[in-house]
Design a protein around this ligand. Structure first.
Ligand SMILES: [Cu+2]
Length: 170
């Protein structure tokens, strides 16, 4: 998770904490991002960080959308040195006060059999289904893989900018 998302979470968390201290289940989302498709790609994925700011454990059970024939929670993991993806069975735990990250290389929302391309810079939406918080529909932007702001530790910092000032790479 980038610095900017972290500070947004902190901001939202403090606002919500002041306004609604007694809410049992309060879900806060980072920025939803879709992997933009190129050409006739029929599959894509969506990524988002999800914080449970409530006092009650919750669980992300499912994902739905009208973007693809099949929308499901997936996990990418190493299996004997081979990267595999599989549907998540039984949902993803979201303990009180914790954040889960749907990000490249891990959990993600898998979109299989896209109904239309996910063109870069366009806005799309998905619905996430929680055990306690219910259905939450969120919107996000489609970004080329090199622009995705999540899971940045998985790839090298590689830019093609032509301007001359230095990047802060931390
Ligand atoms: Cu997948």
């Amino acid at each position: 998770m980038g610095f900017r998302q972290t500070s947004l979470f902190t901001l939202f968390a403090s606002l919500v904490g002041v306004a609604q201290p007694l809410v049992a289940s309060e879900i806060i989302f980072g920025s939803l991002q879709f992997r933009a498709t190129v050409g006739s790609m029929s599959r894509s994925a969506a990524y988002v960080s999800i914080m449970n700011h409530g006092g009650m454990a919750d669980r992300l059970l499912d994902a739905t959308s009208n973007l693809a024939r099949k929308t499901e929670l997936h996990l990418m993991e190493m299996d004997n040195g081979v990267i595999r993806m599989r549907p998540v069975k039984g949902g993803i735990d979201l303990p009180a006060g914790k954040t889960i990250h749907l990000a490249p290389g891990g959990y993600h929302v898998m979109l299989s059999g896209l109904n239309a391309p996910l063109t870069a810079d366009r806005i799309f939406e998905i619905t996430l289904v929680f055990q306690n918080a219910g259905e939450k529909t969120i919107k996000g932007i489609a970004m080329l893989p090199s622009d995705l702001k999540v899971g940045e530790h998985l790839k090298k910092h590689k830019h093609k900018h032509k301007h001359k000032h230095k990047h802060k790479t931390n």
